[in-house]
Design a protein around this ligand. Sequence first.
Ligand SMILES: [Ca+2]
Ligand SMILES: [Ca+2]
Length: 380
Amino acid sequence: MTSSFSLGAIVASALTLATCDAPGTTASTPSVSSGAAPFTVTTLVSGLATPWDLVWAPDSVIWVSERGGTISRVDPKTGSRAVAGRLTVRESGESGLMGIALHPDFAHQPFVYAMHSYGAADGSTINRLVRMRWDGSTLGAPTVLLDGILGGSIHNGSRLAFGPDRMLYATTGDAGATVHAQDRSSINGKILRLDADGHAAPANPFGDMIWSFGHRNPQGLVFHPTTGVLYETEHGPSDNDEINIISRGANYGWPDVHGKCDDDSGNERAFCSAHSVVEPLWTWTPTIAPTGADFYMSDRIAGWRGSLLFTALSGALYRATLSADGKSITNVEKMLAGDYGRLRDVLVGPNGEIYVATSNRDGRGSPNSGDDRILKLTPK
Ligand SMILES: [Ca+2]
Ligand SMILES: [Ca+2]
């Protein structure tokens, strides 16, 4: 399927798709550039069920997780897909197989990392980090690296990213219990920093696994390819979705602070002052449910180099323009709004093409024939 789209038409379309946390809310007024669409959209893969994470591999293949437990490899030119392995997971509400990542030296250490939910003996939902070895044709049995992350039907976090320091950064949600986020004895509501074997990484700020805290449900995590700065997207409640820069040891405020320290949700300024809360770069009220993120470092679309791209479950792809120092967002552009339903992840390929995963079979969408898909956005 091929379609081009009109930015003008997108501006006019009101979003009524359910977001994760606030069904029926509408997205905030977009700031959209005028002019011709900079890419054409084709369907690369169809017939998936809630693809959650897209990862580019050194052999120019896209690895994709589906929430029901399947991990596949997709040829980005032909769209042909081969199942690499399956994990036994609990897929309930927002839980299941979520983030995946490849070892930073994948050619020599061919390990695939994954975060997934399972049902514990007491009936509760628990998340864990596992690693599987890729032998060139199939994934081996999972080895559990980190277990006991509280999960649930909501707020499971579970986005993964290896940093330039070759450490693995993993998000955890508050699992629906806000008390965890400010509790540094809990690994929930955190961003964890682990070595490649799943142990607390050296030189972490508190001598444990925790890198940052005060998070609600971080769903996007990406390092800037040249500066190495870590950017994160996070779901707010019915207000204040966030884009953050993640710093070592920092407190991001949840649940005492929603978005910025502006007293729009209780006595935030006093808490921020007492706890040195780091404010987000950008917030959305009403919420958009931002998900996966990636940086666009190509010149194939004029003016896009250095942009932060991210998807949203409310049904759009966003492009945030950063200031020269990368510490603030100067403009946000919204694309694909309402055209393909809920969107879960975005991946930028090495030639400036963009891949987007839909999420219409996650229980909150309205699947069309062919859903879920991986869309390919080819610069014109
Ligand atoms: Ca925050
Ligand atoms: Ca606030």
